[in-house]
Design a protein around this ligand. Structure first.
Ligand code: ZN
Ligand code: ZN
Length: 404
């Protein structure tokens, strides 16, 4: 019996799970793999699942999908919108949504496995399907590598992966070279001195220190990075205090930094540290700020030769116009760790999930940037069709470009 991919997608969408908590999702994957008769292993890198479809001698192609969701409250209004809640790593109760579309990635990979299983006569080799946890932490691929995935499954000759994006459905974005930036996540704790809100002179106010730090950090890209370079400094989280009239003892910032290479990374980290320490000094803080590197992600770099091969296969299958160069994305991914660890090429592409008519209207109105919700938005709502089918086709076509 054929998998009902739409039902799988809706089920996963309704039941999103945070990073490294994808136990139900892994269970859904395992149940469908059992149904397909494809051998698999669970619990790889905590909650990952690795399936292998062996079909005689030939190249080993790894197809990777990530499974985790985000602490976002869904506001799409869809009939199958998530109302799920979860507990994040800090113990907070948070809403959970598949705002990054990893439910689509997982569904598409199951569909691709089914298709490849049903067309065994047309290819030889081995397909390894990697259902990865915790991409959003930038930690899942490393957890699977640390758990020996490269030895437990046949080692890859090529690693392939894909991500849904806010392009029109039917469009594939594929780019040789650097496709996505490297990124770091930092936590900065600014230490002040708490006290009564009526007696600011007796305190060192970390709220003001944080405000000044955030504003000054925003000058780094604007004033210190060559305008021809790509770099991002975002302060995505700022927390201090509990009540109107209490000056809190500290403020916590969470930063997301992006760059295209390792040199740029070193320079930006040094600049951030300089600003953070200088603002603390300017506030008269008697304790140095604490700066912690929470996670770091390598740049996602597509092997030019392998990318050309995938591009040609996509163009043959979907038409030349369907494949575009989407430009450099300032998002980051941990998929490339598999390819880096194995020393093999990577090809990672994007496929559109926005209703083409809606996209075209936004383009005409010049409102694509603010009118089309992107991944990580509470409003991100890709159309189910043809997005699911296209996701399956992409993986099958790309895998077949390398299989015997
Ligand atoms: Zn994401
Ligand atoms: Zn994602």
């Amino acid at each position: 019996m054929a998998l009902d991919l739409e039902a799988i997608y809706i089920d996963l969408h309704r039941h999103p799970e945070l990073s490294f908590q994808e136990t139900r999702t892994a269970g859904v994957v395992a149940a469908r793999l059992t149904e397909l008769g494809i051998p698999f292993e669970t619990g790889v890198g905590r909650t990952g699942v690795v399936a292998r479809l062996e079909n005689g001698p030939g190249p080993v192609v790894w197809l990777r999908a990530d499974m985790d969701a985000l602490p976002v409250e869904e506001r799409t209004g869809l009939a199958y919108a998530s109302t799920a809640r979860g507990t994040d790593a800090a113990g907070n109760d948070v809403p959970v949504m598949h705002a990054c579309g990893h439910d689509l990635h997982t569904t598409a990979l199951l569909g691709a496995l089914e298709r490849l299983r049903d067309t065994r006569d047309a290819w030889t080799g081995t397909v390894v399907a990697v259902f990865q946890p915790a991409e959003e932490l930038g930690a899942g691929s490393q957890a699977m590598i640390d758990d020996g995935v490269l030895d437990r499954a046949p080692g890859p000759d090529i690693v392939l992966g894909q991500h849904i994006t806010a392009l029109p459905a039917g469009v594939i974005g594929l780019r040789p070279g650097t496709q996505m930036t490297a990124s770091d996540g930092l936590t900065v704790v600014l230490h002040g001195r708490g006290g009564h809100g009526s007696r600011p002179h007796a305190t060192i106010d970390p709220v003001v220190m944080a405000a000044a730090t955030v504003m000054r950090l925003q000058t780094l890209v604007a004033r210190e990075v060559d305008p021809r370079e790509v770099a991002v400094v975002t302060v995505g989280s700022i927390h201090a205090g509990l009540k109107h009239n209490i000056i809190p003892p500290e403020a916590t910032l969470q930063l997301s930094l992006r760059y295209t290479d390792d040199d740029a990374r070193e320079r930006m980290l040094a600049r951030v540290e300089r600003v953070v320490r200088a603002e603390a000094a300017a506030s008269g803080a008697d304790r140095e700020p604490t700066i912690t590197l929470d996670h770091t992600l390598p740049a996602t770099i597509n092997d030019p030769e392998a990318t050309a091969r995938v591009r040609a296969a996509f163009a043959a299958a979907f038409g030349d116009a369907a494949v575009t160069d989407p430009g450099l994305f300032t998002g980051s991914e941990d998929v490339s760790r598999f390819a880096r660890a194995a020393g093999v090429p990577l090809v990672f592409w994007f496929w559109g999930g926005i209703d083409p008519a809606v996209y075209a209207a936004a383009e005409r109105a010049g409102t694509v940037d603010r009118g089309i919700p992107t991944i990580h938005s509470p409003l991100f709502a890709p159309v189910r069709h043809p997005t699911i089918e296209q996701g399956v086709e992409n993986l099958v076509v790309a895998a077949r470009a390398f299989l015997g």
